[in-house]
Write a protein that binds this ligand. Structure first.
Ligand SMILES: Cc1cc2nc3c(=O)[nH]c(=O)nc-3n(C[C@H](O)[C@H](O)[C@H](O)COP(=O)(O)OP(=O)(O)OC[C@H]3O[C@@H](n4cnc5c(N)ncnc54)[C@H](O)[C@@H]3O)c2cc1C
Length: 426
């Protein structure tokens, strides 16, 4: 779809990224000699010993993120390269984060594979791609063009419109109430839009609160238990081009607050209009209402400039402009209680005949754009009569772990599919 919609606007870019840890930059994907020389011979031996130890006596159950990673990489490597960054991203102890997140994000990467890739140049794991395709002016281009195509084909896309209620009668959704906003952030009007089929991509917690009449109290309570991690980016414009060659750098160091740094011209040179400047995105993971979130734009600009300098990437006096974007609900949180809450919500949503939910927060799944889009495509195809289980998109454990289904499990899966098919056809 990206190629079909964007055509020549989709360009191929080299990927380079590094990890900053203990005052040093580690190549990522791992380059064996770079990693060894940064870590030193003694610590490398300890990492290998720890890896072997955990291979011989792994955790029997992999429920938490920590257990999942340690079983694959060993405790020492986990301590160096996973713990501090994970704490920054989620703001909670990695022991509390479910293994599902690692299974989805790190996929079937093992230490052996990472080292083998580093030595052989092989590249078969999604975390390690060295080249990627990217829209000339960033991903927004894709959706602007898609909107244009929809409108050219007689469809309508309403922007600046907020769904404030999802109205239902028994187990059918009948309409949504939409509040329309002006460019000046003033409410213009509220409309009711009726329909026969509905696809949702707003966050599940907001969705459940929007139903009228509301779902049973235990479903509302389950939705209120879903948690999100918020995010803000301080984009600094520098007075010179290319301070570093990476597309992005992971900042594992707990001494600074920034979690990741983007270098926009490395993504696509056309994203920075003046080639004599650079545009650097300092990414902060935070919680709406916490200290970082509440800082003023000036304070954030100062903090980001100081941290850029502290990391040795560029002196703060080179910052000539800045912009801050705050993004609530950037990440669905996989804590100890989300799965049970999600199961409840899902079971209730499944009772609705003409309603599907898709995307990242719409499924409370850590999807990237590819899987978010795939779930939406499947929803559209379901309306046309196909039978796709949207909740199984990007369930990596079942993709990557070899397993066999018993006769009984197969029958029950088939039965569910048929039931779903009938519902859609009706
Ligand atoms: C910092 C960061 C970096 C990322 N980097 C990448 C990357 O490099 N590659 C990649 O593939 N993915 C990346 N992602 C993930 C990607 O952004 C998501 O997977 C994708 O945007 C999810 O699409 P979606 O349609 O489900 O949700 P969204 O893109 O969040 O769209 C949902 C839309 O619904 C709107 N909405 C919410 N509530 C209402 C309402 N009540 N009424 C009307 N509209 C509403 C929102 O304003 C939003 O526009 C990144 C995400 C973050 C946060």
């Amino acid at each position: 779809m990206w190629k079909e919609v964007l055509g020549v606007d989709l360009i191929t870019r080299p990927r380079q990224s590094r990890i900053y840890y203990r005052g040093k930059y580690f190549d990522y994907p791992l380059k064996i000699f770079n990693a060894l020389s940064n870590i030193g011979a003694y610590e490398s031996m300890r990492i290998i010993a720890s890896y072997l130890k955990w291979q011989i006596r792994p955790y029997r159950e992999e429920n938490s993120f920590e257990e999942w990673v340690i079983n694959r990489f060993g405790g020492r490597l986990y301590m160096h390269f996973f713990r501090s960054y994970t704490e920054k991203v989620w703001g909670i102890d990695p022991k509390v984060i479910r293994a599902d997140w690692a299974a989805q994000r790190i996929k079937n990467l093992s230490l052996f594979k990472a080292v083998w890739n580093a030595i052989s140049g092989a590249n078969d794991t999604s975390s390690l791609i060295e080249e990627f395709q990217y829209p000339r002016l960033g991903p927004g281009m894709m959706w602007e063009k898609t909107q244009k195509l929809i409108e050219e084909n007689g469809g309508e896309v309403q922007m600046m419109s907020e769904v404030i209620a999802v109205n239902r009668q028994d187990n059918r959704v009948t309409s949504v109430d939409v509040r329309r906003w002006s460019d000046k952030n003033e409410v213009i009007e509220t409309n009711r839009i009726t329909g026969t089929e509905f696809i949702n991509s707003m966050a599940l917690r907001d969705l459940i609160q929007a139903f009228d009449p509301p779902p049973p109290p235990d479903i509302v309570e389950a939705a209120n238990r879903l948690k999100y991690r918020d995010f803000l980016i301080v984009t600094l414009v520098l007075d010179h081009a290319e301070p570093f060659p990476d597309n992005w750098i992971y900042i594992h160091s707990p001494l600074v607050k920034v979690g990741r740094i983007q270098n926009f011209s490395a993504w696509s040179p056309e994203m920075v209009p003046d080639p004599n400047t650079a545009s650097i995105g300092m990414e902060y993971f935070c919680q709406k209402g916490d200290g970082l979130w509440n800082m003023s734009e000036d304070e954030l600009r100062t903090l980001a400039g100081e941290e850029l300098e502290e990391l040795g990437l560029c002196g703060r006096e080179h910052v000539i402009d800045a912009a801050v974007i705050r993004q609530p609900k950037a990440y669905p949180v996989y804590d100890g209680e989300y799965q049970e809450a999600l199961e409840k919500i899902r079971a209730w949503l499944d009772t609705l005949e003409n309603f599907q939910t898709v995307g990242r927060n719409g499924l409370h799944r850590y999807n990237n754009q590819d899987h978010s889009m795939l779930s939406a495509m499947f929803a559209a195809r379901n309306i046309l009569g196909e039978n796709h289980d949207l909740w199984s998109v990007n369930v990596e454990r079942s993709y990557h772990e070899e397993f066999e289904l018993s006769e009984e499990e197969l029958k029950s899966k088939e039965g569910k599919r048929r039931k779903h098919g009938k519902r859609i056809a009706a």
